[in-house]
Write a protein that binds this ligand. Structure first.
Ligand code: ZN
Length: 426
């Protein structure tokens, strides 16, 4: 450890070239206090993850999730000044979300900063005083154009109204991007482990990436280097918090192969586009629609693991069968799933949601997490049979047999043992 690391850096002091300033010692003389779950932003305090003024930092990690590493590369390559501060002129949200009562319940939201979209407004004084406070949420508007929606119009299932859905097939949305901000005591509570154990395992399993996890117990907030979430809202975002307005919602976990490239081994894109069609229709009938998209590729196992599992499934003796679907994943990954829906409802509480009238999901894990967090769920909307690709039959049979919601029959052991997946060379 360098000798200078034991000295507390002065607030906003420029770092001397050639020296590495460790972050594992208390040195935040100018760091604003954070009181997670406080009722007002003034009492809560701003999240300061800047790397410019080390003394101002009151969190572990830095902004932008996994992209913080690219930012470091840009600095290393000389393309970005390490002292660059964002000019936030004209970047404020197009739509105001909240504040909602859920924001001041420290146990209700533990994985995002509810004030993250409005830092320019609620922490204007701190920004003016020189604190580098960055938005962790951005809200904007867009038109989304999908061939499946155009097809629904052509087949008469959807009708453009010039308001929610334009004649050219574009759906009008409000969209929000959200970076993860974890309150470690709350995250530990969600997963039923001690905060000490959570901190230690996060430190060890990232190869010691953030020493403060184990040396700075006074820092309770962590900006993890993981993917965030994107929300697509159809209709008035203000209606999401009104339980009297019918809400159609899907919480979707990223699947690049299907969502973007149309790979047919799973139902991800067809279910996603079906949800968007339902959201558009709901918004046109006086309701509001929401798709919450989480960057949790391949059940949060990552795409390399996912593709290895595909090969293992299709090369196993007897072919690709539903009764071996979860076992093959577990063989490669050690677990069947790492998405852990425990944190997923936070974004719904950020939006003020108390009731989802139509949940476009068959996942019992998502359903249990949402209802367990206190949100009422009405109807559950399954993917229509005709939208299930032939090669995805293995997945849907395995999931319904494992407890996924289905209005139809649950396949029995004999049915699950039938090879239904395509071979690798087919
Ligand atoms: Zn998929």
């Amino acid at each position: 450890m360098p000798a200078d690391a034991t000295a507390a850096p002065p607030p906003a002091a420029p770092r001397p070239a050639g020296h590495i300033r460790l972050t594992s010692h208390s040195g935040g003389l100018g760091a604003p206090p954070l009181h997670w779950g406080a009722a007002t932003p003034a009492e809560r305090g701003p999240v300061v993850g800047t790397t410019i003024s080390r003394g101002h930092r009151n969190v572990i990690g830095t902004h932008s999730g996994s992209y913080s590493v690219y930012r470091a590369l840009a600095v290393a390559a000389g393309a970005l000044s390490r002292d660059h501060r964002a000019d936030l002129t004209d970047t404020s949200p197009t739509d105001r979300i909240g504040p909602h009562p859920q924001w001041s319940d420290p146990a209700r939201i533990v994985s995002l900063d509810p004030w993250g979209a409005t830092v320019g407004e609620v922490f204007a004084a701190e920004l003016a005083a020189g604190y580098d406070i960055r938005p962790t949420i951005a809200v904007t508007k867009a038109h989304v154009v999908l061939p499946e929606v155009a097809d629904a119009i052509a087949r008469g299932r959807l009708e453009p109204d010039g308001h929610v859905l334009l004649a050219n097939g574009a759906a009008l949305v409000t969209k929000a991007a959200i970076e993860p901000v974890w309150h470690l005591p709350g995250v530990a509570q969600r997963f039923g482990c001690s905060e000490t154990d959570l901190r230690r395992v996060l430190f060890e399993e990232t190869g010691g990436m953030y020493p403060e996890l184990v040396t700075r117990s006074d820092l309770e907030v962590f900006l993890p280097p993981i993917g965030g979430q994107t929300l697509y809202i159809f209709g008035d975002p203000g209606d999401l918090a009104d339980p009297a307005v019918e809400l159609t919602a899907r919480v979707h976990d990223e699947c690049n192969g299907s969502d973007v490239f149309g790979s047919d081994i799973c139902t991800c894109r067809p279910y996603l586009t079906h949800a968007i069609e339902e959201c558009v229709r709901g918004a046109q009938h006086g309701g509001v629609g929401l798709v919450a998209y989480s960057r949790k590729e391949g059940r949060a196992l990552g795409e390399v693991t996912k593709f290895l599992v595909y090969n293992a499934r299709k090369r196993q003796v007897g072919g690709d069968t539903a009764d071996q679907y979860f076992a093959r994943t577990e063989c490669v990954a050690g677990v069947q799933d790492m998405r852990f829906q425990e944190l997923m409802p936070d974004v719904l509480h950020w939006l003020g949601i108390t009731k989802i009238h139509r949940l476009v999901s068959m996942s019992n894990m998502k359903y249990d997490a949402i209802t367990g967090s206190g949100i009422e769920v009405g109807e559950r909307v399954n993917i229509p049979e005709e939208l299930i690709p032939a090669d995805a039959r293995v997945e849907i049979d395995a999931k319904t047999a494992a407890g996924y919601f289905t209005p139809g029959p649950v396949p029995d052991a004999e049915e699950l043992a039938k090879a239904k997946g395509r071979g690798l060379e087919a």
